[in-house]
Design a protein around this ligand. Structure first.
Ligand code: 2AM
Length: 198
């Protein structure tokens, strides 16, 4: 790895009460499945775009393109609900366990599409897979025996962790450390709260 590259992604951070409720719910299952790689609750987020390792010059371009895109598309604060659990690619052979979005997700889809365009404008490769908003809770190591009972219980007991107002997105640095990834905000891009002129 060279010094002038930065591994980063753009995400939505959770409202604190929602993060705490989710964390308390997850804490019930963690001791039942220590073989899973559980994400620390302070690292919970919804990834909008994973940029990979990019040169710092791209980072400045990305920040500018994000600001421009959010303003051009008139992105304003919107409510988002966190509800329900799921697994990638599915519960049969899960690799990732996640919490999902309740109700309509078109607002977050719209922000993700602004972010994708900004990233492409900044020279970052376009994502080919469809965007599926989620908060990763745990990863299942390939060698781990599947905690089928825990998965079933998680599935049966999940509900809504509440709603918060999304008023910004975060450009986050990710450092891969032996003890797990460390995420540090590089910049927080606030949505404009100008009133629409009727
Ligand atoms: P996830 O949201 O499903 O956990 C930082 O690594 C974030 O970027 C994670 O939240 C991760 O996925 C997401 N991400 C998306 N594509 C990735 C990739 N190819 N490698 C690493 N992280 C990726």
């Amino acid at each position: 790895m060279t010094d002038d590259l930065v591994r980063c992604f753009v995400c939505v951070e959770l409202g604190q009460p929602v993060r705490e409720r989710l964390s308390r719910w997850v804490a019930r299952f963690r001791p039942m499945a220590p073989e899973l790689r559980w994400v620390r609750d302070d690292a919970y987020h919804i990834t909008l775009k994973f940029c990979g390792e990019i040169p710092y010059t791209h980072l400045y371009k990305l920040e500018n393109a994000l600001e421009h895109g959010l303003s051009l598309k008139r992105i304003r604060a919107f409510p988002l609900e966190l509800a329900g659990v799921g697994a990638f690619p599915g519960f049969r052979q899960p690799r990732v366990l996640w919490a999902g979005i309740g109700g309509e997700d078109y607002q977050v889809q719209r922000v993700a599409s602004v972010v994708e365009s900004a990233a492409v404008a900044a020279g970052i490769e376009r994502e080919k897979r469809p965007f599926h908003p989620h908060v990763t809770l745990a990863r299942v190591p390939p060698t781990a025996e599947l905690p089928v009972g825990v998965l079933r219980e998680m599935n049966n007991s999940s509900g809504s962790w509440g709603e918060w107002s999304v008023s910004s997105i975060t450009l986050m640095r990710s450092e891969l450390l032996p003890e797990g990834p460390r995420y540090t905000p590089i910049s927080i891009l606030e949505f404009s709260n100008d009133l629409e002129v009727q």
